[in-house]
Design a protein. Sequence first.
Length: 272
Amino acid sequence: MKQPELGKKISEMRKAKGLTQEELVELCNLNVRTIQRIEAGEVTPRSYTIKALFEALGIAELDFKNSKEFSLMPKLEKKWLIMSFTAGIIYFILGFLELPLDIKMLTGSGDPKNWNSMYSIVKVSSFASLAFFMIGFLKISKYENNYVLRVASWFFIIGSGLLMTLDISLSYFESFSNSLYSIVKLGTTGLLYLLFGFGFIKFDSPWKSYLGFLGVLGMLTGVLFLTFVGTVGAVFIMVLFEIGLLYCLMTYINKIGRTSSPDSTFSSQVTA
């Protein structure tokens, strides 16, 4: 069953039970806007959403695992998430080496003869690991129908690539304005984190409270970078945010292939 037929079927079953959309919300722990969009055929719901709706409507005896609705949903491939998680670990480690080099470049205290090559290698390696790290969230955003996170992930990749190119290029010149570029770099970084964090707030799932908290960390990182004077605090919050991202990926990896969905089991872990 495809959309909009699936939405119409859910609407018919709800009305047959004599339930309003608000009453159905109370039974299945979703929000009204989600049910409205599903019934209107605007979105294809995830597996846990279909199951929650059917159970709330009193048809829990259906074999959800083999139902046709599940064939409509994009699948998460474990190999991509494992690759993304591995790249995230590398990116996290390289960050502790990249940060002091960035400071040296922005303050003009580096000796081009001694550190330019190292700086370039670290920056390219860091960007490559970041790009593969973001692939995991591109996959998750598609699986969860989170368009905002998908766009934010692409912006993060493209924006980080541009900053890397500028960092490497300007490190070979002593005449550029360090203070001006510092403002540009911190401002751009802040905007990227602000948008990426907002993507997590836009999740619509049973464990959105955790994802919302993760999104707040990302947005707070962005805001602190944008203030320029809060850079030290931004770096600290950014570390916590990246750890949260790694934990998010690890949870999906652990739950793929199990009977229950990644979302419902993750929710039980967070609330335990």
